[in-house]
Design a protein around this ligand. Structure first.
Ligand code: GLU
Length: 319
């Protein structure tokens, strides 16, 4: 099987140093495995969308030599996306998630038909009450039972087309089978056993018809034949959910490998590096005249060291 991986930046702002490092590791992994990688645009969160952010993000990646041969690109190509002023190339497009809504809806429908998902019609007041109750019980919310107690069963299985036009604005949730412990394997961290009882049914389709990250990645990583998901450890708490959803929907034989990268930490060492710790915008370093090679060298050494005092690795002869 061909090794394939990807990166999925969100168009929210500049190229963050931590993201650049994740992209660097992704590219290095693809090179060492003799495989492929691509970049897709994770623009499903319409509230945090910044249309102007994408070109600078790709420019910064390009300056570091971290552009991909497939996916979204600044290179002239057949498919032009006016909204972001970028191109897309490759056989697995669209590579912009907002252009894939009909694909997500089609799969959401299949998940409803096979009872993996259900519509939840809870009002904001209902949700507030349920959350307040959680403060007292300290137990994870069972969204399925809460939804069922306020609506009739049939509504929970409504079609995607009808539900998205319903003025009550339901959301589609994934129905986790909770009485289970699940062992998940991470390429870096090894095995962890998660107790699914502690999880809550996540949203898969939002009321605006856009997928959540959970649904979008489940569909895209499978359809684009990704064999290893490399992403930040931010996603580790969702790892059991994603593993279970892959097994339930695509079958255990189609479960990709997962590799969660640790954060680049700030000076105190107990949280992600942020603006408060110094500059985290890659473009600022480039504008100040730092050489791309030096930045890449620095990023590589944030998580790895061959031992010894040698700090600068520019080509093969340095190793
Ligand atoms: N947009 C997500 C992030 O930046 C993508 C995570 C992933 O690689 O799947 O965290």
């Amino acid at each position: 099987m061909t090794f394939r991986t990807r990166q999925a930046p969100s168009p929210t702002g500049y190229l963050h140093l931590g993201t650049a490092r994740t992209v660097l590791y992704t590219k290095l992994m693809a090179i060492t495995k003799g495989g492929q990688w691509y970049i897709r645009l994770d623009d499903t969160d319409q509230n945090r969308l910044n249309l102007e952010a994408v070109t600078p993000l790709l420019e910064s990646l390009q300056s570091l030599g971290l552009e991909a041969a497939e996916g979204i690109t600044l290179d002239l190509s057949d498919t032009y996306s006016q909204e972001y002023n970028i191109y897309q190339k490759g056989d697995y497009g669209p590579y912009i998630q907002s252009e894939r809504l009909s694909i997500y809806h089609e799969h959401a429908q299949k998940m409803i038909d096979s009872k993996l998902c259900y519509w939840s019609y809870l009002t904001p007041e209902d949700r507030q009450e349920i959350q307040a109750n959680k403060q007292i019980t300290k137990q994870p919310i069972n969204w399925y039972l809460e939804s069922l107690s306020r609506t009739n069963q049939e509504l929970l299985q409504t079609s995607v087309a009808l539900a998205l036009n319903d003025p009550r604005k339901p959301v589609l949730r994934y129905r986790l089978q909770r009485d289970n412990k699940l062992k998940c394997h991470d390429e870096l961290l090894g095995d962890t056993e998660f107790d699914l009882n502690l999880l809550e049914d996540p949203t898969f389709l939002k009321s605006d018809g856009f997928p959540s990250y959970h649904l979008a990645h489940l569909i895209d990583d499978h359809l684009t034949k990704v064999s290893m998901i490399i992403r930040s450890q931010e996603w580790y708490p969702s790892f059991p959910l994603h593993t279970q959803a892959f097994i339930d929907y695509w079958g255990v034989q189609n479960l990709p490998k997962f590799l969660h990268l640790p954060f680049v930490l700030g000076a105190t060492g107990n949280k992600k590096m942020s603006k408060r710790d110094g500059n985290v915008n890659i473009q600022d370093y480039l504008d100040q005249g730092f050489l791309p090679e030096a930045i890449v060298n620095y990023l590589a050494f944030l998580g790895w060291n061959p031992g010894g005092e040698k700090e600068l690795f520019l080509d093969q002869a340095d190793f």
